[in-house]
Design a protein around this ligand. Structure first.
Ligand SMILES: [Zn+2]
Length: 184
């Protein structure tokens, strides 16, 4: 995994050499494990925290069919509590890379170096995924409508969120409320 500089892997690693398959007849295939366990740049506006999985490349008459499942970790923001978290996504890939390039057959093609670039395909798939709402966890409690405090952190032992808030809100930790009643 050489060539990692500046804290992330370059998108060059998303290029697969497939020229050898082109010289073979239709039906021939090759397993290609994908193992990029650290941050990788997919496009100028898209990084993935990791990318692993397995692809099967199959020579067809029109080019090379790329099929498989990829596990992607992608930094997101929770739609409910706005916290940043890494979302694990499983992408099912089934795409023909045409050779020679033919827009009528596929938007993707094998370049003149006998390589395919997974980046545009990944970018498309991840952006589709990104358009859906997502939450950091199924039971995310979101933000308090009164104070804007992240309610997920209330259970973490900090009473900072329990006192009177600067904006005059009287949010009080339920545990303290019980204590208060006992004292009466
Ligand atoms: Zn959340």
């Amino acid at each position: 995994m050489g060539g990692a500089r500046g804290g992330y892997l370059k998108r060059r690693l998303l290029r697969l050499k497939v020229g050898f398959l082109l010289t073979e007849g239709p039906g021939n295939s090759k397993d290609v494990p994908i193992c990029l366990p650290q941050r990788v740049q997919v496009a100028s506006d898209l990084y993935l925290e990791s990318l692993t999985g397995n692809l099967v490349l199959t020579r067809t008459k029109e080019g090379i069919l790329v099929q498989g499942t990829l596990q992607v970790s992608h930094a997101r923001e929770c739609d409910r509590c706005l916290a940043a978290f890494d979302r694990a996504i499983e992408l099912s890939v089934a795409e023909l890379f045409a050779s020679p390039p033919d827009a009528n057959i596929s938007a993707f093609s094998i370049d003149s170096h006998g390589e395919i670039d997974l980046a545009p395909l990944l970018r498309e798939e991840v952006l589709i995924e990104e358009s859906y709402r997502t939450v950091c966890r199924a039971d995310c409690r979101g933000l308090s409508a009164e104070t804007g405090i992240n309610l997920n952190h209330e259970d973490e032992g900090s009473l900072v969120a329990a006192g009177p808030h600067e904006d005059g809100g009287e949010a009080i930790d339920p545990r303290l409320a019980i204590l208060q009643q006992l004292l009466k």
